[in-house]
Each structure stands twice: as structure tokens, then as C-alpha cells.
Design a protein around this ligand. Structure first.
Ligand code: GAP
Length: 475
């Protein structure tokens, strides 16, 4: 179903998934806090990725520091090149990424059926490189400011996206450090450490999850483009010549990972890059269809030996690998898989959202909101309810709750009609609700109600741990 971004943002806030950062002070643009349910969902996504990446023979994990030696970012090219073209409108004082301003204008032309004009501009945009190129397109196409309609633009300037800070008490050029804009460089600089300490042979990978920071000109669409976010990256080191084989392999693996966690196939697609970075031999994005349109959630890149070679050059240390069979020395090639943990949080959240008409108690219908999270991702796995707060039911329900809570995230709820309690759990995506009723007291059985089908089954309460061990492990 199509859901608006406003609905997603408001549910996420109301049910404690995501709050605006420092909201009491008016918020901080491009930064978000994960609330009690959000932190569970985010941890579950990261856990699933970590398991998929590291519970195999050929990948090691790593957790590198966020602050790195500043030479790292010279070697990687970020100091010189990690910049976006920025433009200001003199009338509205609004600031834009120049390429995005043009892209959005092209989309408006297309929506008005002006295809030829849109195609011509898209062509020019593809070839734009310098600040002047972007400025000329904006002026010649007479692109107006979407806020004020004004065409009074400043020149385009490049703006580096890395956050700068200082290490130690003296704030001068020699103490500048950067908050990492990607986790990948922590992996590259540790290539030799991991290789030597784990006695690996090619091909092998290094996986890392961690925060990254980009001083984006425009933050956008809730968690989609933020200034502080989390990435899950894996660099797979290979013998040169095998890059196409491993690029295809990892693209397929990563696409299947999203499907295995319940992503709808029709909302997921792979788009090869039209323009490749000079060092890349192949690149593709895995995209999700968000409420605002298709957007990248993961990039898979074949990066040749660019990064290791640059670190070898800048550090003066050898990054070569010696083939144990042939004795040949070479710098390994790399296939990178790079996915945003927080951006995929948003994709999984949108993907799970559904509204459906269901019968209500007064024989009419009502709309229930359900987050159909895959059980492995659901922030709360099980909810336990006493049908009524008497006749021994609360005591029995609480004992069951305490037992399950030791193993899985479980909630206890004894307030309001049972139907309302189901709805509250549906809205946060809890896959299983257990009700303790009169029959429980008589024969020791409880009902398990399934979120997606709303069907109920009865099982013996003393079999619950066995039951959930099976369903929550294997789904
Ligand atoms: N090491 C390669 C790299 O960082 P990227 O395409 O710039 O590649 C990879 O980023 C992923 O990180 C993206 O697909 C996206 O999921 C996430 N990401 C990038 N910038 C982001 C931002 N400003 N906010 C949230 N997620 C972001």
C-alpha cells in the first residue's frame, strides 16, 4: 500500500520508535534519536546483517575508531573531493544542492509531459562537473527557487561534507581531525592487521557497523538523508581478475538479504550506476520504493585496488598480499557492500506499514494499522495478556511473561478490552500475543494470536518456550 511520509513519521514518534534529536530545544536538523522500540528495531537489523556477514568462513569483524588520522582522508580522496555543489537563493535565503535542484526541476518537467526538455537537461546534468557547469544549467534553464519562485541565484560553490573538529586543546591546522563520513576507511587501513592476525587468504572480507557523519547541505525525508547515521559496510578482498564474479555474487547476496527479511520484491530493485567513479569497474544500487519515490538503500561497488594503493602511497607502508601458492605479490582488489543501517530502518518500517479493514465487535468494520515486521526484526516478539484482572489470571499471565521475557523481548498488558490490546501490539508489529483466560486456569492452555492472520491457536502454557524457540529461530 502507499503510505505518506507524514503517517510514518507520526507513528514512529507516537509509538516511541524515533524522536527528533534535542526536540525540547527545537530539534537539531538532520539528527534523530531512536526511542525504546526504535533502538530494538535498529539493533535487530544490525544483528541480522552481522550474522549474515560474519557467521561464515570468509569474513572477519572489526570496530574501528570514528576519529582517524587526517591523512586517511587525504588518501581516500575525501578532503579534495567529498564535496557537493551548493547554491543559495538571494530572495528566499534557501540553500540547495545544485544537482538536486536541477534533478527536481527535471522531475517537474517530466510530470508536465515536457519530456524533450527534461531529457536535454538530464543530459547536461550528467556531464556537469564544475561549479560553473551547474550554475550555467540553472541560469540558462531559468530554474526558479521552489520556495519563492525567484531566479536570483548566487554562484555555485563546492562544500565539503566532512565535519571537522580538533584533537587536543589547541585549535589549529595541525590538530584538525574529521568525523568519519564512511566506515570503509577504517577497514582499509586495518587490512594488513586483520590479514596478519587472522592468517587469512584471499578471498576474504572485513565487516563493520558504525556511525558515520556527513554535513549534508539538505537533510531530507526523515531518516533517509541525515547528518549522523549508521552504516554497515563490508570490504571483500579478492585476486585481481575475479572482480566481476564477486561483484555479481555480492549484489545477489545483498538483494536476497532484504527479501529474506520480508522486503516486498515489487518495492526493491537494482539499478546499475550510469556514471562510474574513475577507479570503479562496476557499481549498482539496491533501491527501495519509499513514499517519496525510489531511493538507494545499499551500494555494491567494485573498487579495484584504488583504496589500498592510495593508503600504501600515503602511509609508506606495504599493502601487498603474497599469494601462498604462486609467491606473486599484488595489491588486492575490493568489492564493497555498503548499506545504511538507519536508512534501511526507514525502508523496513515503510515496508512493514499496512492498514486494513477488519470486523469490529459491533459487527461493523474498523481499520487496523499493522507493522508487519519479519519476526526477527520485530522490536517486541511476544505480548502477554490476562483476559480479565481477576480469578487468578493476572498471576498466571505474569508468571508466563517473566519466563518469556528472560529469552525474548516481551510486553505485559492488562489494560482495556482485549481487542484494543491486540491493536496496540499490531501497531508496533508484535508477531505473537498470548492470552491467559478461564480455560488456562482449568487446563493450563493459552491462546496464541498471530499478528498477520489474526488466527488463534491453543497450546499448553508449559510448551511456550519450546514453541517460540522454534518459530523465532527459523522465521
Ligand atoms: N563506502 C561507500 C559509501 O559510503 P555511499 O553510497 O556514500 O557509499 C552508502 O553510502 C550507504 O550509506 C547508502 O546507500 C545509504 O544507505 C547510507 N547513507 C549515505 N549517506 C547517508 C545519509 N546522509 N543519511 C543516511 N544514510 C546515508
Amino acid at each position: 500500500m502507499t503510505v505518506s511520509l507524514d503517517t510514518i513519521v507520526s507513528l514512529a514518534k507516537r509509538r516511541g520508535f524515533v524522536f527528533q534529536s534535542s526536540e525540547v530545544y527545537g530539534g537539531l536538523n538532520g539528527c534523530w534519536d531512536f526511542g525504546p522500540l526504535g533502538v530494538e528495531l535498529l539493533r535487530n537489523i544490525k544483528e541480522q546483517w552481522w550474522r549474515a556477514m560474519t557467521l561464515r568462513d570468509d569474513i572477519e569483524g572489526l570496530d574501528a575508531a570514528i576519529l582517524m588520522h587526517p591523512r586517511t582522508w587525504h588518501a581516500s580522496g575525501h578532503v579534495e573531493q567529498f564535496a557537493d555543489p551548493m547554491i543559495d537563493n538571494r530572495t528566499s535565503k534557501a540553500r540547495y544542492r545544485a544537482d538536486t535542484l536541477i534533478e527536481e526541476y527535471i522531475a517537474r518537467l517530466r510530470s508536465k509531459g515536457k519530456t524533450a526538455e527534461a531529457d536535454a537537461l538530464a543530459d547536461r546534468l550528467r556531464n556537469a562537473k564544475t561549479a560553473d557547469d551547474y550554475y550555467t544549467i540553472i541560469v540558462e534553464a531559468q530554474i526558479p527557487d521552489p520556495v519563492s519562485g525567484s531566479r536570483d541565484w548566487t554562484p555555485v560553490r563546492y562544500f565539503n561534507l566532512m565535519f571537522k573538529t580538533y584533537i587536543g586543546p589547541v585549535e589549529d591546522e595541525s590538530s584538525v581531525v574529521y568525523l568519519r563520513p564512511e566506515t570503509a576507511q577504517g577497514i582499509f587501513v586495518n587490512f594488513k592487521n586483520v590479514l596478519d592476525s587472522s592468517r587469512r587468504k584471499l578471498p576474504f572480507g572485513i565487516a563493520q557497523i558504525g556511525k558515520a557523519f556527513r554535513n549534508e547541505i539538505n537533510t531530507k525525508y526523515f531518516l533517509f538523508r541525515t547528518r549522523e547515521f549508521e552504516q554497515m559496510e563490508m570490504q571483500y578482498f579478492i585476486v585481481p581478475g575475479s572482480e566481476q564474479q564477486y561483484f555479481d555474487y555480492w549484489l545477489e547476496q545483498r538483494y536476497q538479504w532484504f527479501l529474506s527479511l520480508g522486503m516486498r520484491a515489487e518495492a526493491l530493485r537494482v539499478t546499475p550506476h550510469e556514471k562510474l567513479a574513475h577507479y570503479a569497474s562496476a557499481a549498482a544500487d539496491i533501491e527501495y520504493e519509499f513514499p517519496f519515490g525510489w531511493g538507494e538503500i545499499e551500494g555494491v561497488h567494485s573498487r579495484t585496488d584504488f583504496d589500498l594503493r592510495r593508503h600504501q602511497e600515503y602511509s609508506g607502508k606495504r599493502f601487498e598480499y603474497t599469494d601462498p601458492y604462486t609467491g606473486q605479490k599484488f595489491i588486492p582488489y575490493v568489492i564493497e557492500t555498503s548499506v545504511g543501517a538507519t536508512r534501511s530502518f526507514m525502508a523496513f518500517f515503510c515496508n512493514a506499514y499496512s492498514e486494513e479493514e477488519v470486523p469490529s465487535t459491533d459487527s461493523k468494520t474498523e481499520v487496523r494499522t499493522v507493522l508487519r515486521f519479519h519476526p526477527q526484526l520485530a522490536p517486541v516478539k511476544i505480548a502477554v495478556f490476562p483476559l480479565v484482572n481477576k480469578e487468578g489470571m493476572p498471576e498466571r499471565a505474569e508468571a508466563i511473561y517473566r519466563d518469556l521475557q528472560r529469552r525474548w523481548k516481551t510486553q505485559y498488558d492488562d489494560s482495556g478490552a482485549i481487542g484494543r490490546r491486540y491493536r496496540r501490539q499490531d501497531e508496533i508489529g508484535t508477531p505473537y500475543c498470548i492470552t491467559v483466560d478461564g480455560q488456562t486456569i482449568a487446563d493450563g492452555t493459552v491462546t496464541i494470536r498471530h499478528r498477520d492472520t489474526m488466527l488463534q491457536e491453543r497450546i499448553a502454557a508449559d510448551r511456550l518456550v519450546e514453541y517460540f524457540s522454534a518459530v523465532l529461530q527459523h522465521q
